[in-house]
Design a binder for this molecule. Structure first.
Ligand SMILES: O=P(O)(O)OC[C@H]1O[C@H](O[C@H]2O[C@H](CO)[C@@H](O)[C@H](O)[C@H]2O)[C@H](O)[C@@H](O)[C@@H]1O
Ligand code: UDP
Length: 589
């Protein structure tokens, strides 16, 4: 909307409201009223306000500062304008934000935090374009701590699968990376080209920790914890999704296949389609899509559904999520649907379940190595060579059921006070989303519980629970799989739970018992596990006790069946089925 001349105050206010409405900002907010009053009283020039929303060449940060000054540094007005500016694709470099003048009380709240300041956008060298683009929230180059306390960058599970896929397809991997992780990009270690999407500190807070971790994550996991709904987070989500779509637009060759992942990026398929109708677009959700009764609580639910429908192929972990999605498209958007497809104005969107899997061959190779065997023996020795080693490996997340599992285990130990060599429990609870309050309080509770169990049931040289928050190198994880007689994976709700599949794949000896929640996506493929309801402490106790007591022949029968199923449906089969459907998608002419 180009402004030819300064309108009358009344016209300017109407135009302002129209513009804010276009940006889905609420005209009733106090900040909007302050801006309107400022314009009405002639304190604030409408052109100055309007420039905040204009094209990318306008130096908008200066305008924003000017407005803050003109309004006497009013926080509400500042927040409205900040959001409007973000929505209008304002790129504010971190140093400019930090250096901006204006009342400290207003600006300090919006300064990017040092630790998470946006990394500079890394263009792919030479401005190359690619026939395949993988898009994930993060480019996952994690620093892990090995058994010896050494930092390494060995990537676990899906990271490696994705890396191989992008290399094989000679594609590019697009995602966000924290600055300290970026230095370890795959480019330096023979990996595929990476394109980093930059996020400001505020976007990390509002998009990642807000909309993703505090709204969508709990809502999509059965609202185990109450989801929080905030307008500012939703706005940030939209802005960040736009930035990913722009990145795809920049690197995708004509007709390229684009595969977008997970709940952080649900608007990206439609935003990419808007920019590049020539592309084939796939989307995969790693977490469950909740039933309509829960999903419809989400403000902006239509936008999310329409975002996903920008894809040609929408993939979920489980058929139940497919059903939920199709029903939502019919009920919320009124679109014609069939079992596995949705009709969007004559374009067919295929909707299918593609249960994610693991690279069984790679895991078998790693577990079979003599260094893994030695490390597994060492782990058992460090724990006092217990008769039975029980383990759980999770991110420290309230969806994973760690607390309830430890409570059940404590009750088991209580009944084993007279046993000479009681089982030892190793619980790896890797820190996750530490800046989100619920995760911090979960950590405190689990710390206390583990301490209590050790205080009550531990013996000299033989703890009741060996509990760590470290992120283990995958070699260390593999050694623990090999060492553990029983693996307990008991989430309240989980998209898949790769740990369960990895444990099965690691048992080259066909021994070991898996205790698995009915509510993990992997339960459908692993019915020979001892399946439990993690909400039922007695059920958990019985399951762990049954696992501890299971005879070798029974272990072997169950493990063989699970291993052959996981081998038959490994990550290669997963990738092949998704890619076949994506490559088949009809490219628009
Ligand atoms: O990135 P974080 O916040 O540390 O979280 C780690 C990942 O957790 C989620 O994993 C999901 O995907 C797995 C593989 O498909 C699946 O097995 C699991 O059940 C899901 O929870 C999340 O979806 C990822 O985005 C996170 O990176
Ligand atoms: O210290 C750890 C803990 C976990 N993992 C890996 O992290 C992934 C966890 O995936 P899962 O699907 O079980 O749960 P998520 O954390 O994705 O919800 C698996 O590949 C684990 O091997 C790891 O490498 N180091």
């Amino acid at each position: 909307m180009a402004l030819k001349r300064e309108p009358t105050p009344a016209g300017a206010i109407t135009e302002l409201f129209d513009r804010l409405h276009d940006l889905h900002l609420d005209a009733g907010e106090p900040g909007v009223r302050q801006i309107a009053t400022g314009i009405g009283r002639g304190v604030l020039s409408y052109t100055t306000v309007h420039n905040v929303f204009r094209g990318p060449k306008v130096p908008k940060w200066g305008h924003l500062e000017l407005i803050v000054d003109q309004l006497g540094g009013n926080p509400e007005a500042f927040h409205v304008l900040w959001r409007a500016a973000r929505l209008a694709e304002l790129a504010i470099p971190g140093n400019q934000v930090a250096a901006a003048s204006g009342p400290a009380s207003v600006l300090s709240d919006d300064r990017p935090q040092e630790a998470v300041a946006a990394a500079p956008a890394a263009e792919v060298p030479g401005g190359r374009r690619f026939g395949f683009v993988l898009v994930t929230n993060r480019i996952p180059v994690h620093a892990h701590t090995t058994g010896n306390g050494v930092r390494s960058t060995c990537s676990a599970g899906l990271d490696q699968v994705f890396r191989d896929l992008v290399l094989q397809r000679q594609g590019v991997w697009v995602g966000w990376s924290r600055r300290d992780e970026e230095a370890n990009g795959f480019e330096q270690t023979g990996g595929p080209p990476l394109m980093t999407v930059a996020l400001t500190g505020r976007e990390v807070e509002w998009h990642q920790e807000g909309q993703c971790s505090s709204t969508l994550w709990p809502l999509y996991h059965d609202a185990i914890e109450r989801p929080e709904f905030r307008r500012a987070w939703r706005d940030a989500y939209r802005v960040v999704n736009e930035r990913y779509a722009d990145a795809v637009d920049r690197v995708a060759a004509s007709g390229a296949a684009v595969w977008i992942h997970d709940y952080q990026l649900q608007l990206v398929p439609a935003l990419v389609r808007e920019r590049r109708p020539d592309l084939r677009i796939g989307f995969f959700l790693h977490i469950p899509l909740p039933p309509p009764e829960l999903f419809t609580q989400l403000p902006g639910r239509e936008e999310v559904l329409r975002g996903l429908l920008g894809a040609d192929v929408v993939g979920f972990q489980r058929p139940r999520s497919v059903q939920n999605f199709v029903r939502l498209c019919a009920d919320v958007l009124g679109l014609p649907v069939s079992d596995g497809s949705v009709d969007v104005g004559g374009r067919t969107v295929d909707v299918r379940a593609y249960p994610v899997s693991i690279d069984v061959g790679a895991i078998e190779g790693l577990v079979g190595q003599s260094r893994t065997r030695r490390r597994a023996q060492q782990i058992r020795a460090e724990l006092g060579n217990p008769d039975v080693l029980v383990a759980g490996i999770d991110r420290l997340d309230y969806t994973k059921g760690i607390e309830q599992r430890l409570v059940a285990y404590g009750e088991i130990l209580d009944g084993m006070r007279s046993v000479a060599n009681p089982p030892v429990f190793v619980q790896v609870a890797t820190l996750s989303r530490e800046r989100v309050a619920r995760y911090a309080s979960l950590r405190e509770r689990v710390d206390r519980l583990a301490g209590h169990l050790n205080g009550s049931y531990g013996r000299m040289g033989s703890p009741a629970v060996r509990y760590t928050n470290s992120a283990l190198d995958f070699h260390e994880v593999a050694a623990l799989y090999r060492a553990a007689d029983v693996m307990v994976a008991t989430p309240f709700r989980d998209g898949m739970n790769l740990v369960a599949k990895e444990y099965v794949a690691s048992r080259l000896d066909d021994r070991g018992v898996l205790v698995l929640s009915e509510f993990a996506g992997s339960a459908a493929e692993l019915p020979e596990a001892i399946l439990v309801n993690p909400n039922d402490t007695d059920d958990l106790k019985d399951a762990i006790l049954r696992a501890i007591a299971m005879r070798p022949a029974e272990q072997s029968r169950r493990m063989k069946a699970m291993r052959s199923r996981v081998r038959a449906h490994d990550s290669h089969a997963w990738i092949t089925s998704v890619m076949a459907d994506l490559d088949r998608a009809v490219r628009p002419v």
